[in-house]
Design a protein around this ligand. Structure first.
Ligand code: GTP
Ligand code: MG
Length: 658
């Protein structure tokens, strides 16, 4: 159980700063503070292999050093009749643990200094950094601290009180030794009580250095006076055991170690009691309040991250939406001439043999071809003379140039700006989701600078204008884009024009499929099949650049799927082909022809929108979008993991005894 909790805390320690960094929640100082607490106060201490640490405390000359030496089994610490002999802390560390990683540093952490090996006992009689010795005692899970007394005054102030505080802070439990002359010294117990209130209650063993004549009851009574002095009415909760050590001249003479006897007969020897304490469990209780504070802070940071996550998601959606707008703008014009001519060729090539023969004999083409041819002539007169030099494909190329330049400029502007402005119809799933996120942000009252959507008049359904702030997570990517030369970005995109215009192998395949599909339908439309063939041959000659993509539904991350009806808006596709009503086509025919033309435009757009989007991502938005998408993905996983870890830790906390 302890190792699981420890691992959870360790993971949380790594997750929280990563999460904060991915989403740039902007309180670096707070995160560092949090991390420091987890590292210094919890992680080092809660490691399952961290030894028990016990501090021996007490008034001057009460026998602390003698007890220390007795428990360790060696005369490490100087003892003597002069109160205030020890001026610094001495750690006794089991030799077996000397190599344990970071142990020395972790032990001395409250002292903010490194532990130095004791060279000479006289070092202890002058103030300075804490020292340590390695012991060979069988208590190989116990680190013992000998501390200076805290009741010797030096120049009107208690010299060692701060050292005692640090020693207590470095310890899991306290061994308090007292004598008959100081057991009811309230100043001493008040001092310890005050220290423990500040750093967290440590449980304690009491050791009474006592005259042999004292009865067990007297010993116990005096011990309870001490215990209550330290813990008040909670003494029972924190008292681990009471031991007596009887005054002995052999001990004073250094010929013998102290003998410690449990006052309650059923209690184990002190060394046994020390060895059997569940250190990790004890520390778990000891640091429970720090742990719950740490979890609380972690949960606050996670919540901030969630808010920032939503905002980054909004930004990503807005940028994608702005991009799909720009991409559509880049393809405002449709090279009818080129696509139709290619399709006509495919159509002719894939015609069944008997139709080919019939076509050669002229049997197939009758009415309304005549009309159409007439219309073609009419159209040629009406539309083409405007630029006699401009062949249809040249004209398209020129339009594409202009469209691309406009679209690239707008795209670049949106990508480097501190705010994206884009509008969308609520019926679009992406816009709908964005509006939902904004609603959520507002409801949770963490509406940073993101603006609420505003309703705008629109022909079809409610349209929303989104004003979305650029997210700090992409700041450095934006900065990189700003640093690039816009002209060369534009040039490099315009240089791809040929690829944009080309009818690729894939598109050719799509057109073939389309031809098959039409033929399948034509069984139902015998007359239209003739008309259609005629159209294929006539239209290309009449209309070069035709269609203008006016409005488009915003397109999401998944790729571009154009709803053509939406694209054409109020315009009638049929009108684009400039076939005057006077050609005599019935409206039913017109409708059927339109149904066949739409998929052609659709085929072109499907491929070209993807091509231009790809180009824009490669040249303009790619790094920003990539960064946003990656951070969102990583943060999503981290938020989930973090919440799980906090639940694990909290669950274990709640099961703690009071
Ligand atoms: N007779 C007798 N004397 C003892 C016993 N334990 C300690 N002393 C003596 O009491 C004096 C103080 O003992 P220390 O162990 O140095 O006491 P301390 O609490 O470490 O003292 P400071 O470090 O000065 O605060 C020494 O002279 C010890 O020999 C004991 O059990 N019997
Ligand atoms: Mg001493």
């Amino acid at each position: 159980m302890q190792p699981a909790r420890y691992d959870a805390l360790k993971q949380l320690r790594d997750h929280i700063p990563r999460l904060a960094d991915l989403l740039k929640i902007g309180n670096d100082a707070e995160i560092r503070f949090w991390q420091d607490i987890v590292d210094a106060k919890l992680l080092s201490r809660l490691a399952p292999d961290f030894p028990m640490v016990a501090a021996i405390c007490g008034g001057g000359s009460s026998g602390k050093s003698t007890l220390f030496n007795s428990l360790v089994g060696e005369d490490f610490a100087p003892t003597g009749g002069t109160a205030g002999l020890n001026r610094r802390v001495l750690f006794s560390i089991p030799a077996a643990r000397a190599e344990q990683t970071n142990l020395l540093a972790d032990l001395a952490q409250p002292f903010e200094s490194k532990l130095q090996l004791l060279q000479n006992p006289q070092q202890l009689t002058v103030t300075g950094e804490p020292l340590y010795v390695l012991n060979q005692s069988p208590l190989n899970n116990l680190v013992l601290l000998d501390t200076p007394d805290f009741d010797t005054g030096a120049k009107g102030a208690y010299a060692n009180r701060e050292v005692t505080r640090m020693a207590l802070e470095a310890s899991d439990i306290l061994i308090y030794i007292f004598t008959n002359s100081n057991y009811n010294n309230r100043d001493n117990t008040d001092f310890i009580a005050q220290m423990l209130t500040g750093i967290g209650m440590r449980k304690c063993f009491l050791v009474y250095r006592v005259y042999p004549s004292f009865t067990q009851q007297e010993v116990l009574d005096h011990a309870m006076t001490v215990a209550e002095g330290i813990y008040g009415d909670r003494a029972d909760q924190f008292l681990l055991g009471v031991y007596r050590t009887d005054e002995d001249n052999k001990v004073a003479a250094g010929q013998q170690f102290m003998k410690l006897t449990p006052v309650a007969k059923q209690d184990p020897e002190l060394s046994e009691a020390l060895q059997s304490i569940d250190g990790a469990g004890l520390r778990f209780e000891l640091y429970g309040s720090i742990l719950s504070d740490v979890i609380q802070r972690a949960s606050k940071i996670t919540n901030q991250s969630k808010g920032s996550f939503d905002e980054l998601q909004l930004y990503r959606d807005a940028l994608q939406m702005a991009q799909s707008r720009s991409v559509q703008e880049a393809l405002k014009h449709f090279p009818m001439d080129r696509v139709m001519r290619r399709f006509a060729r495919i159509w002719a090539r894939t015609d069944p043999a008997h139709v080919k023969i019939m076509r050669r004999t002229g049997n197939v083409i009758e009415f309304p071809l005549k009309m159409l041819l007439g219309a073609a002539g009419w159209a040629r007169d009406q539309f083409l003379p405007e630029g006699p030099d401009l062949s249809p494909s040249k004209e398209f190329a020129k339009k594409l140039d202009e469209d691309l330049a406009t679209a690239v400029t707008k795209m670049n502007y949106q990508a480097v700006s501190s705010q994206i402005s884009v509008s969308g119809s609520l019926s679009d799933p992406v816009a709908g989701k964005m509006a939902e996120i904004i609603g959520k942000i507002r409801a949770e009252k963490r509406l940073g600078k993101a603006q609420p959507p505003t309703a705008e008049p629109s022909g079809k359904g409610p349209a929303l204008t989104f004003l979305i702030d650029a997210h700090p997570a992409v700041s450095s990517e934006q900065e990189k884009l700003r640093a690039r030369d816009f002209k060369s970005i534009l040039q490099s995109i315009l240089a791809e024009k040929e690829n944009i215009v080309a009818i690729t192998h894939d598109m050719e395949k799509d057109l073939e499929k389309l031809a098959d599909h039409f033929r399948g339908k034509m069984g139902l439309w015998p007359k239209i099949s003739q008309t259609f063939w005629a159209l294929l041959n006539v239209l290309p000659a009449t209309i070069a650049v035709t269609y203008v993509l006016s409005t488009g539904d915003p397109v999401g991350a998944a790729g571009i799927k154009v709803k053509l009806a939406g694209l054409f808006g109020a315009k009638d596709l049929y009108a684009l082909f400039a076939i005057p009503v006077t050609t005599g086509l019935k409206s039913a025919d017109r409708k059927q022809i339109e149904e066949m033309l739409i998929p052609l435009v659709q085929t072109w757009l499907n491929e070209k929108l993807a091509t231009v989007q790809h180009l824009f991502e490669e040249k303009i938005t790619g790094e920003i979008l990539q960064c946003a998408r990656k951070n969102l993905e990583d943060a999503d996983a981290l938020i989930g993991a973090t919440e799980e870890l906090m639940a694990t830790l909290t669950h274990r906390l709640e099961r703690l005894p009071e």
